[in-house]
Design a protein around this ligand. Structure first.
Ligand code: NAD
Length: 309
């Protein structure tokens, strides 16, 4: 990059699951741009079994070989998330950026999914992100600076066969991010979600080679770095990205239909059916916001409006 405005000099970045795949390419680029990086990885299998310190160690070595600054941490986000943040504090004195990236898969259709298969995926992605964010939050709040990325997935936004556990965890991360964005805003803590698609051990056996060829993980890096830079004021947003495409996803409410709230006879199942077209119509732009319509209008005003219907 000729005009390199996105320096991360002296920023402390914690990346969970950074021993391979996306987390690794984030770690290398943050370090290249001057950040001090905590490379966390349990080093387990795709299903989350076992552990191996080499995953995080190799990434740290690669960073250090290029004169970057990094330290390894081998804790699981499920059991010892506090220690991952402690690694940042003990080695670098602060934590500025948290990338919630660690993940596993236990793909199986819902009729065959055991409670353990559901729970273990929720535990790593969603509960793990909660635990480490909870540990980082007081530091970010106190220093009046924080940037957090939650890693969602197209499977979370749109669903995917065999991934009921994963989809639930991933959309849970979006809701989690949206509330953190609201709670963090006044402390300059900005939180966003990404739904990437990239070549990694997660996708190499499910996508055809000619597609995988386009999906270099390095194509996910620029948006993550941009969203976590101190200049960035973007928060509470969801981005979808893959193969060099970068776009934003938003919730959109239909125009909807108001029924007279003072007359129970007006909101029957039959009345819903009769007004189905209006309920599901998106043409009224005023209502297509993320605020609830009852918050938008004064409730009395809404009642008055409804009485006229
Ligand atoms: P990956 O398997 O290469 O990376 C995940 C890493 O998380 C692994 O290195 C693994 O050891 C680590 N990990 C697993 N459980 C852990 C735990 N309890 N504690 C600490 N580390 C743990 O896969 P990836 O594709 O790089 O995935 C990174 C993130 O991106 C995941 O959250 C994944 O769900 C998400 N994602 C990936 C894609 C894609 O196309 N690759 C698509 C959507 C979402």
């Amino acid at each position: 990059m000729s005009n390199n405005t996105h320096s991360f000099k002296d920023r402390v970045v914690v990346i969970t699951g950074a021993g391979g795949g996306l987390g690794k390419v984030y770690a290398l680029e943050y370090a290249k741009r001057g950040a001090k990086v905590v490379v966390n990885d349990l080093g387990g299998s795709l299903k989350g079994a076992g552990h191996d310190a080499r995953a995080a160690d190799l990434v740290v070595q690669e960073i250090q070989k290029s004169n970057g600054i990094a330290v390894a941490n081998y804790d699981s986000v499920t059991d010892n998330a506090g220690n991952i943040i402690k690694t940042a504090i003990d080695n670098f004195g602060r934590v500025d950026i948290l990338i919630n990236n660690a993940g596993i898969l236990r793909d199986v259709s819902i009729s065959k999914m055991s409670p353990q298969e559901f729970q273990s995926v929720i535990d790593v992605h969603l509960n793990g992100a909660f635990k480490i964010t909870r540990a980082a939050w007081p530091y970010m709040r106190q220093q009046n600076f924080g940037r957090i990325i939650n890693t969602c997935s197209p499977a979370g936004l749109f669903g995917n066969f065999g991934q009921a556990n994963y989809s639930a965890a991933k959309l849970g991360l979006v809701g989690f991010a949206e509330t953190l964005a609201k709670e963090g805003h006044r402390y300059n803590i900005f939180v966003n979600s990404i739904a990437p698609l990239a070549r990694s051990r997660m996708t190499e056996n499910v996508l055809p080679p000619h597609i995988l060829k386009q999906l270099g993980p390095e194509k996910i890096v620029p948006l993550v770095l941009h969203l976590t830079h101190e200049q960035t004021k973007v928060t509470n947003s969801i981005f979808e990205l893959a193969a060099g495409f970068y776009g934003q996803i938003r919730w959109e409410r239909s125009s909807g239909q108001i029924f007279n709230p003072t007359n129970p006879a007006s909101f029957t199942p039959e009345a819903i059916l009769a007004k189905w077209k209006a309920i599901t119509d998106y043409k009224d732009k005023d209502f297509n916001t993320t605020q609830h319509p009852v918050q938008l209008a004064d409730y009395n005003d809404l009642t008055e409006k409804a009485k006229k219907l």
